[in-house]
Design a binder for this molecule. Structure first.
Ligand code: ZN
Length: 136
């Protein structure tokens, strides 16, 4: 088995807010991130797939297909969007780096032909990232 990783970038806005809490509780927990006008990040996404090297092509997966899948399923939906307001999964989940990684996994799972999704890594900034390996 070999692991192959492809990177992509997207820019998006978000804020942190739990509707079950008061404004004071949200401010206390999330600080500046609770500002309802939101703020932006340049995210870096790394998608790692696992599989066997095809002896004919030398590939684990068709890189163009992997890139196209990431573009279609994630970048087209997240890039230059306000995650809280425009992306369905963040109507019910706070768009933290952790939740974004899980959401991207769910968007990609089963959609990469010929390989198994191994890891989704999302960088919110160069010194902060979350890894998700699925439920199992
Ligand atoms: Zn933020």
């Amino acid at each position: 088995m070999i692991l192959l990783t492809r990177k992509a970038e997207f820019s998006a806005s978000h804020y942190y807010w739990n509707d079950a809490w008061t404004a004071v509780e949200n401010q206390r927990t999330f600080g500046k991130c609770a500002n309802r006008n939101g703020h932006g990040h340049n995210y870096t996404l790394e998608v790692t797939v696992a599989g066997e090297v095809n002896p004919v092509t030398g590939f684990v997966v068709d890189l163009k297909q992997l890139k196209d899948t990431m573009e279609r399923e994630v970048i087209a939906v997240y890039d230059h969007r306000h995650l809280n307001l425009e992306v369905p999964e963040f109507q019910s989940a706070i768009p933290t780096t952790e939740n974004i990684a899980v959401a991207i996994w769910r968007r990609l799972e089963g959609k990469v032909p010929g390989a198994r999704l191994h890891r989704v890594r999302v960088y919110e900034m160069p010194d902060l990232f979350a890894d998700y390996y699925g439920e199992n």
